[in-house]
Design a binder for this molecule. Structure first.
Ligand code: ADP
Ligand code: MG
Length: 488
């Protein structure tokens, strides 16, 4: 008899496999340069080792190992004292040697975890099973007429494969993990996180289970997900597909799947009848890598304060709210900029307000990514000088925003802009009172309505007075002058 289960009984089980290229100058096993595989001319960064020509020998890239260790440590992994490379054999035209040098039994890093934030504010620990070093393959482009073009620029680029335990219980959790992992890689400066260029790639293993199942069930694997959003939608769609199958009483077949983003549909690429046979064996051309405690210690010392720790410090030591602290640690460059503004003597909340407010608004309007905040025409010291003029009353919010825009265009220093444009705030009570008198004389109707009880009209009168003062009036002084005259 077919057992029908209610939809709500099914619990998603998801594990991620992540491939991250490491941004070293040269490839994993040779001095051949690593280039941008989208921008560079095809096959312009290829040498005898990345082509796997007979008689060539690989040499391990120390920097790549250290980048991998940094990621492992940032993911709270252990770094075992011995790690070894293995040959993983398979035939495909993007793999000229006929095998990939990878790690199997002795990976670089094991037993880590990432604590992700859930929508309800709680944290959940996702275990990281392992992270191992390998080399990337070349890239195939299929063209009309049944031909494929191959570009070996990417062949041999250092690649770190990170594998989680199947601890993720929803597409949303998988998304949160992916975003945190991407942020960690970017923060460490080992990977740009640019998924459109394929430097970071996710594969999702997906199954469903019942609360009383003794073991995990058959899973499918979704490959080639080239954005976090696509991954999330693909997982949701696959969970629905599996649920429908089980509810019809059918079996799920283990399969490799793709995601068709245009059709919003899962595509079966191949069914897996048995495990792939890669004939792993120790790579005879490379030594075993012994990782001493001293080396791990040295690499650990190079890891910057990570986003979660920095966020907490901004809250504990500087009294910021979680939302501001979160925004200011979204990119390492933003956190650095913010702290440099504080070093110029600006109060934490003022700096946070102006960075998350006016500056981010301007950066959005000019389509400038936040990670480039350190490369604007003005630096943190000039931004701090602008804020000092707000704090001491030289500028009001509106004029400060105008000065910020001028700094953006010319890179000129804010005091100079204020001097040249005569933007300093008008606090002189004679000037303000004279202007307010003129405005009230012109706006007889508004004044009558205000006095008849429409007190909301104070805003409109404020606007007129500020306009007459070319936006430079001290708002508190203008308001006071208006009220004194209106409320008699
Ligand atoms: P291997 O491919 O080496 O046999 P596993 O199959 O155990 O390794 O795991 C590969 C990935 O699939 C891991 O990220 C793991 O968390 C995930 N995974 C394993 N079993 C399941 C399952 N039943 N449902 C969902 N994900 C799974
Ligand atoms: Mg692999």
């Amino acid at each position: 008899m077919v057992h029908c289960r209610a939809m709500s009984d099914w619990i998603p089980v998801i594990g991620l496999e992540v491939h991250a290229e490491l941004e070293t100058g040269s490839k994993m096993f040779s001095p051949c340069p690593v280039v941008d595989s989208v921008e560079a001319a095809p096959n312009s960064a290829v040498d005898v080792v990345s082509l796997g020509l007979p008689g060539t020998l690989p040499v391990i890239n120390r920097r790549a190992m250290e980048y991998g260790m940094m990621v492992g440590l940032a993911l709270n992994c252990e770094i075992p004292p011995v790690n070894r490379f293995d040959r993983k054999s398979y035939f495909y035209p993007d793999l000229p040697k006929g095998y990939q040098i990878s790690q199997y039994e002795h990976p670089l890093a094991i037993n880590g975890h990432v604590d992700i934030g859930l929508a309800d504010g709680r944290c959940k620990r996702i275990r990281v099973r392992r992270a191992h070093m390998e080399e990337d393959t070349g890239k195939l482009t299929h063209v009309a007429g049944g031909f494929s073009l191959v570009d070996y620029n990417r062949a041999g680029v250092p690649l770190l494969e990170i594998v989680t335990e199947p601890d993720l219980a929803s597409a949303a959790e998988a998304e949160a993990f992916a975003r945190d992992l991407r942020a960690i890689l970017r923060w460490l400066g080992v990977n740009s996180g640019d998924m459109s260029k394929g430097v970071l790639r996710f594969e999702a293993n997906v199954s469903l289970r019942q609360p009383d199942d003794p073991d995990l069930r058959t899973r499918t694997e979704i490959k080639n997900l080239n954005s976090i959003r696509h991954m999330t939608r693909a997982i949701e769609s696959e969970l629905r597909r599996q649920r429908r199958l089980y509810e019809k009483g059918e079996e799920l077949r283990q399969a490799t799947l793709g995601w068709d983003e245009d059709a919003q549909r899962i595509v079966v690429q191949r069914y897996k009848e048995r495990a792939d046979e890669y004939r792993y064996f120790p790579e005879p051309d490379l030594p075993v890598v012994e990782v001493s405690e001293a080396w791990v210690h040295e690499v650990r010392a190079r890891i910057p304060e990570m986003p979660a720790a920095r966020r907490q410090r901004f809250m504990d030591e500087q009294g910021l709210q979680a939302a501001d602290a979160q925004q200011l640690t979204s990119e390492r460059a933003v956190a650095d900029f913010y702290e440099a503004v504080l070093e110029s003597g600006i109060e934490a909340q003022v700096a946070a307000n102006w960075i998350c407010g006016a500056l981010f608004a301007l950066m959005n309007a000019r389509e400038t990514p936040r990670e480039t905040i350190g490369e604007l025409r003005f630096g943190a010291a000039a931004f701090a000088a602008l804020l000092r003029m707000v704090v001491d009353g030289t500028l009001n919010r509106g004029t400060a925003t105008a000065v910020l825009e001028a700094m953006w265009e010319s890179g000129a220093d804010p005091q100079q802009i204020v001097r040249e444009r005569g933007l300093a705030q008008i606090s002189d009570s004679d000037v303000i009172e004279e202007t307010v008198d003129q405005v009230l004389a012109q706006q007889v109707q508004l004044v009558e309505r205000y006095r008849a009880g429409e007190t909301k009209l104070l805003g409109a009168l404020m606007g007129q007075a500020m306009k007459a003062l070319r936006g430079q009036g001290n708002p508190a002084a203008v308001r006071q002058a208006l009220q004194q005259r209106l409320d008699v």
